[in-house]
Design a protein around this ligand. Structure first.
Ligand SMILES: CSC[C@H]1O[C@H](OP(=O)(O)O)[C@H](O)[C@@H]1O
Ligand SMILES: Nc1ncnc2[nH]cnc12
Length: 293
């Protein structure tokens, strides 16, 4: 048994978490660059928690410029075991209405201007992304959201777009009608891929803010509408987070799905062909497997 340490990545509208014991904003150095901001650490119901505002306090980072690798590496370095991502999303489904939460379980990655892997020339690895989210964490998020009185939908496909502009009507209809996506946002990729490479359990909670632009009765998505919905949702999101530690508990059993062993057979590069500089940068993410070869 290890100890649970929950990492929360807060999206648009979620820049702080109140009510932590021993609350402290700490600066974490990463060989992958500077994380989005300092990380808020503390304890809730005896469980360690680390909170990172994805766009920085004051929302100064665009979705393209979020330092995804530094963020995941910094959480791993802090000893985080389970990452819960919270994101503002548009909805492609009538029944997934603004104000509802969706526990995402699949992704379609349409982003193209981001570094998507910790690995590369000098240390090549291929992890599975068939089941990109952790069911056990998803269960905890569902329970926490229901307990907080939130309408929650279990399961949904998140279309990750590059942005920062919203989708055209043609794109919105294609994602919804042909590709079968349920929600749309700009940040969960490559975040989910990097969490998997770092052997972190990952769950994604979409807070629905709008119907993107496909819905005939709702017109096109506008930032004013998103911000208004976010203001209404932010407290619900925080309440959900406050309920998570009791549900997950202090003691943590190994992940049933194997998220925490994703690199077990993933590294292809022979030890003598590995680039020592890259291997050094991978100390937190892949030390478990690299140090035993
Ligand atoms: C504020 S609207 C668009 C913006 O909101 C979402 O951010 P996050 O995923 O961090 O909650 C979306 O992905 C865009 O970055
Ligand atoms: N419609 C939308 N498209 C992309 N990202 C979003 N974040 C919130 N609503 C969104």
């Amino acid at each position: 048994m290890t100890k649970t340490k929950i990492g929360i990545i807060g999206g648009s509208g979620l820049y702080d978490i109140e009510g932590l014991e021993d609350r402290r904003w700490v600066s974490v150095e990463s060989p992958w660059g500077k994380p989005s901001d300092d990380i808020l650490t503390g304890r809730l119901h005896g469980v360690e928690l680390a909170f990172l505002p994805r766009h920085g306090r004051g929302h100064f980072l665009s979705p393209t410029d979020v330092p995804y690798r530094a963020n995941i590496d910094a959480l791993k370095r802090l000893g985080v075991t389970d990452v819960i991502s919270i994101s503002a999303c548009g909805s492609f489904r009538e029944e997934m209405a603004p104000g509802d939460f969706v526990i995402v379980d699949q992704f379609i990655d349409r982003t193209f201007a981001r570094d998507k892997s910790f690995f590369g020339t000098g240390c090549v690895a291929h992890v599975s992304m068939a089941h990109p989210t952790c069911d056990r964490l998803g269960d905890a998020c569902e329970t926490a959201a229901r307990d907080a009185g939130i309408k929650v939908h279990r399961g949904g496909t998140y279309l990750a777009m590059e942005g920062p502009q919203f989708s055209s009507l043609a794109e919105s209809k294609m994602y919804r009608e042909i590709w079968g996506a349920d929600v749309i946002g700009m940040t969960n990729m490559p975040e989910a891929k990097l969490a998997r490479e770092a052997e972190l359990c990952y769950a994604s909670v979409a807070m629905i803010t709008d119907y993107d632009s496909w819905h005939p009765d709702h017109g096109e998505v506008e930032i004013t509408q998103i911000v208004a919905t976010l203001m209404g949702n932010a407290e619900k999101g925080r309440e959900k987070v406050r309920r998570l530690p009791e549900i997950l508990g202090v003691e943590r059993a190994p992940c049933r799905q194997g998220c925490d062993h994703a690199l077990e057979f993933a590294i292809m590069t022979a030890p003598e062909k590995r680039d020592p500089d890259l291997v050094a940068k991978l100390d937190a993410v892949a030390g478990r497997v690299l140090n035993r070869d």
